[in-house]
Design a protein around this ligand. Structure first.
Ligand SMILES: [Mg+2]
Length: 333
């Protein structure tokens, strides 16, 4: 089986509500889809959204990377193409993930270790404490139980946001994601005020490179600290864990460069007893499906699933087709 043709297209899916974090505000999920066709008539599909604030990639840079590598892959087997991809030092992480997802769908996938339904976190966008409480209430009424609340408002209201939601929904599991927005002093202060028993994790409190600060907070925090932007590659994951800069890792295909790289990280975390979140950017359905599959392959290590993009699409039929029933993702039969 050789790769014979590849095809790129730009896709856009409207969101139900604008998505707001400390880093950005968007109203659609935009991504590039790559389709790799083989000589035997099969096709592998991958996707990557540009998140310039996080991976430094744009629509144009992803297309340029896919164009260059896609052309080099023609005539190779999927395994040979994957080796080429692994050794390319110029391609950025999301473009690499798109090609890797497409190739992995043509190659034997990892064995699924658990077929139980997964429960995804639901992201509550950064807004006023009252607006966030309303949005969380709506999610709870739809049956959601794991809330990821986006904080880092730089308006002195984060403590109130956290308190308002934890108190209004004591039955929910709450994850706080600061998206790098807190200073060391703010993080220490907020940690002391985060007393609600239903807070499960604090995600990326400090700026990505302040590993010394992350270490200090990880040492002091009674609540597990999860590294997201501080840990992209396998090497960064190992460094963050070995130096005590976080308790857990948020693994995202778009950060690490695809399924193979995520498997390497998850295997290392499994061997070292490090819990992970399987996360995502705002993504299209194909890359989310690859992340769902990985969550099932590493069911013991993936303690939290943060794959709610399909639930944010304005068209609810896509999520339903992918097996989402509310925030629960049921396995394909
Ligand atoms: Mg995050």
């Amino acid at each position: 089986m050789k790769l014979s043709v590849f095809h790129l297209s730009r896709r856009s899916i409207a969101l139900r509500h604008p998505f707001v974090t400390a880093l950005r505000r968007v109203e659609t999920v935009d991504f590039v889809r790559v389709i790799l066709h083989t000589s035997s008539g099969r096709k592998g599909i991958g996707e990557a959204p540009p998140t310039p604030a996080i991976t430094g990639e744009t629509m144009e840079s992803i297309e340029a990377d896919l164009q260059r590598l896609g052309a080099q892959m023609m005539g190779l087997s999927p395994h040979e193409a994957q080796a080429l991809l692994m050794h390319d030092t110029q391609i950025k992480s999301s473009a690499k993930a798109a090609l890797d997802i497409a190739l992995c769908s043509l190659i034997d996938p990892c064995p699924i270790s658990s077929n139980v339904p997964l429960r995804s976190l639901i992201t509550i966008s950064l807004a006023s404490p009252e607006a966030m409480r309303r949005e969380a209430g709506e999610a709870m009424r739809r049956g959601c139980r794991h809330l990821k609340i986006k904080v880092g408002g730089r308006d002195g209201q984060d403590a109130l946001r956290i308190e308002t939601i934890c108190r209004a929904f004591p039955e929910a599991t709450v994850i706080i994601d600061a998206n790098q927005a807190w200073t060391r002093d703010e993080a220490e202060h907020l940690m002391l005020t985060c007393k609600a028993p239903n807070i499960a994790l604090i995600e990326q409190p400090l700026v990505r490179d302040d590993l010394e600060g992350m270490r200090r907070i990880t040492r002091q925090s009674p609540i597990p600290i999860l590294a997201d932007e501080s840990a992209f590659s396998f090497e960064e994951v190992v460094h963050v864990i070995e130096t005590g800069a976080a308790h857990m890792i948020n693994v995202k295909l778009m950060k690490c460069g695809g399924v193979r790289a995520a498997e390497e990280i998850l295997s290392w975390c499994a061997a070292h007893g490090v819990g992970c979140m399987m996360g995502s950017m705002l993504e299209g359905p194909r890359s989310i499906a690859a992340a769902i599959r990985l969550s099932r392959c590493f069911a013991d290590t993936v303690r939290f699933v943060d794959l709610d993009s399909p639930l944010l699409y304005a068209d609810g039929r896509i999520a339903a087709l992918m097996g989402y029933q509310g925030d629960v993702i049921v396995p394909y039969m």
